[in-house]
Design a protein around this ligand. Structure first.
Ligand code: 48F
Length: 264
């Protein structure tokens, strides 16, 4: 025998116990990030690296969002300077394709980014869909989640109540969908302009500049920012996603200090 003998029940109990601990940990976070694309992953990593408790909620089984391929089903993507410095920091090789324009391998970059978020201590809830938000005293105080497969079943089969998770700050990193912001919009608390037409030259600066708190306790990052302010989309260039995620982390850290909420 190569492997140590274990009973089937030991395997089940090991998984159940570990997951219950994980879910209990995620019940209260300093920051919840909804969306595991490039902006959410890098933002989560930067916050967790400061020693804060970060939970990342992702509806798919896999993390990475639109970062696995650049565009047109071709798994190369571009960044414009200075975002190539973030690739260097992640240990992702890239080559100069023109002045200030860099091209890199998407699976390489995506896997490095996921690994760096995990190593920083970000706790992941995958296969988990944001269903709603917790709102109290005109402030976002957390999210309401359900297992993704449940939410795709007809209501008469899976009438299951969702699970609340509390946080001091929530970040909407759900990309084009702006799923968290839509929960505020349907209550008339914010108005989303919807994405503008593609313009690489304008979009990247604008998205990074407008990354910030849209409603008390809720920060928008990545393409969700374009959906809020009607900014142009950008196609297969990802520098703004990385820099927007980093800025969202700075904004979250400022909010946590500014309100004097102690870091758990
Ligand atoms: O779409 P996504 O990669 O967002 P991003 O970080 O980056 C955008 C780029 O990939 C690309 C682009 C830049 O050139 O235009 O599109 O802004 O990742 C968003 C993630 O959020 C998840 C979704 O599955 C994806 O992985 N997501 C969306 N809605 C929900 C969600 C939801 N309701 N609950 C949980 N996850």
């Amino acid at each position: 025998m190569i492997f140590h003998p274990v009973k089937e029940s030991e395997v089940t109990i090991a998984i159940a116990r570990a997951f219950l601990n994980h879910l209990e940990y995620c019940a209260t976070s300093d920051v919840i990030i909804v969306g595991g694309g490039p902006s959410g992953l890098i933002g989560g990593r930067d916050i967790a690296n400061k020693g804060l408790k970060v939970t990342l909620v992702e509806r798919n089984n896999y993390l990475g969002g639109g970062f696995w391929s650049g565009g047109y089903f071709m798994n190369k993507f571009t960044v414009r300077a200075p975002a190539h410095e973030v690739l260097a920091e992640l240990g992702v090789p890239c080559s100069e394709a023109g002045e200030g324009l860099y091209v890199a391998d998407a699976p390489y970059a995506c896997s490095q980014l996921i690994a760096s978020a995990c190593k920083s201590g970000v706790k992941i809830l995958n296969l988990t869909l944001l269903e709603d938000i917790i709102l109290r005293e005109a402030r976002v105080k957390g999210v309401v989640i359900n297992w993704s497969p449940v939410t795709y079943l007809p209501h008469e089969i899976a009438a299951l109540d969702p699970i609340p998770l509390e946080a001091k700050v929530v970040i909407d990193a759900t990309g084009h969908d702006a799923s968290v912001l839509r929960k505020l919009e349907k209550r008339g608390l914010v108005k989303l302009e919807g994405e503008g037409a593609l313009c690489i030259e304008e979009s990247e600066d604008a998205i990074v500049e407008r990354t910030g708190e849209v409603y008390p306790g809720l920060i928008a990052t990545g393409m969700a920012v374009a959906s809020v302010y009607g900014l142009p989309r950008m196609g297969p260039t990802f520098g703004a996603m990385l820099l927007s995620g980093k800025k969202a982390a700075e904004v979250a850290l400022n909010i946590l200090n500014y309100t004097g909420i102690p870091v758990s």
